[in-house]
Design a binder for this molecule. Structure first.
Ligand code: RBF
Length: 348
């Protein structure tokens, strides 16, 4: 009798875990698939998991994350499994918990400012699980290493080009469309953007709007149309898959768009006038390699920026040269040179 109860309990528990890994989450791993990967790689139980808090399509930050980890895995012959956790943020901790509970992952890599708190809570239940978190900040947990970007620099460079373009179009206003509000947005990115804008002209103002998610391009387009109607001449978009709506709206009315995280000039040549980027693929690759070599400093929290080569502004794209006048490109280049040579210090 007792045995039956234990057996039933075990079956229910296993079914629960299997369901968790197979219900409607694209590219989600099953334990069996993860184990198969490990065997295929000939690396015993070494599987590195990449937890995508959202989906990859339309979010360069996540695409670069997966690319970087996969490159390191390939080089060291270690299997990498990407788990897209989807847009329902309420499910993220459960999904991350099942990954840790599976015991399949020697390391779980992820990225965004909300992950440190989630990973810390998972870590309390599964202390052996190691985490590498980019674009997040947490020091002092022996199972977690974080590294974030100097987003004051990244946002400042975006604000500067937005204001130069707005002034050129006879305006005094620029915009920022964000997927949602979060501390890094409100306390670092937004203030950095305003600083960049007002370095061009202290009287310029920023119209800030929030989509409410990272996928609704229709909503982003209507927000952008309204901003443009109220005088915004250039808009920075940080809204993942919803960015396309901002590009659409700007394109209809001759307003300009500034891209964040990756090179976005090709999204609409002539409309996209700036790309303020992070080298997330490079950072994910290098930190994963460090882990595989046994020297990732768990417990530490680092920050990298322009000086270290992980924050940049793309100036050498032909579409930048066609979209932006030489005079404006020179002004932008001067400002970037001042950040590089240390005469303009943008600390958080
Ligand atoms: N950025 C994206 O590009 N796509 C996303 O799906 C996305 N989801 C996020 C969810 C949360 C809870 C938070 C705090 C941030 C998210 N970000 C997303 C923003 C991302 O971490 C980063 O701040 C921006 O990409 C700018 O570098």
């Amino acid at each position: 009798m007792k045995h039956w109860k234990t057996a039933i309990k075990t079956i229910v528990l296993c079914a629960g875990i299997v369901m968790l890994f197979s219900c409607g989450k694209p590219k989600q791993a099953s334990n069996a698939a993860a184990a198969a990967d490990a065997n295929a790689a000939g690396a015993g139980d070494m599987v590195i998991g990449v937890f995508i808090p959202g989906v990859m399509a339309g979010s360069a930050t996540y695409e670069m994350l997966a690319q970087g980890v996969e490159r390191a895995g390939k080089e060291k012959n270690v299997a990498v499994r990407v788990v897209e956790a989807g847009y329902n943020q309420a499910e993220w901790e459960t999904i991350l918990t099942s990954m840790a509970a599976s015991g399949s992952y020697s390391l779980i890599v992820s990225s965004n400012p909300s992950l440190p708190a989630i990973a810390e809570s998972v870590s309390a239940k599964f202390p052996k699980q190691k985490f590498l978190l980019l674009d997040g900040n947490l020091a002092g947990n022996a199972a977690i290493y974080t590294v974030r970007y100097n987003q004051t620099e990244q946002a400042y460079m975006a604000g500067y080009i937005a204001a130069l373009e707005a002034r050129d179009l006879g305006g005094t206003k620029v915009g920022l469309v964000a997927g949602q509000e979060y501390p890094a947005m409100n306390e670092i990115i937004m203030p950095g953007y305003i600083r960049g804008v007002q370095a061009v002209d202290p009287s310029f103002t920023v119209d800030f709007r929030v989509v409410g998610n990272w996928f609704d391009a229709g909503k982003a387009a209507s927000l952008a149309r309204d901003m443009i109607a109220r005088g915004a001449k250039a808009i920075l978009c940080i809204a993942g898959g919803a960015n396309e709506g901002v590009v659409q709206a700007a394109n209809e009315s001759g307003a300009k768009v500034v891209w964040f995280d990756s090179n976005g000039y090709a999204a609409r040549p002539g409309t996209v006038v700036g790309s303020s980027v992070i080298r997330q693929d490079k950072l994910a690759y290098e930190k994963t390699l460090l882990f595989l070599e046994g020297s990732l400093p768990f417990g530490a929290a680092d920050i990298v920026g322009v000086a270290e080569g992980y924050v940049d502004f793309i100036e050498d794209d032909p579409d930048y040269k066609t979209a932006v006048s030489e005079t404006i490109r020179e002004k932008q280049a001067d400002m970037i040179a001042r950040i590089r040579n240390g005469s303009l210090v943008l600390q958080e």
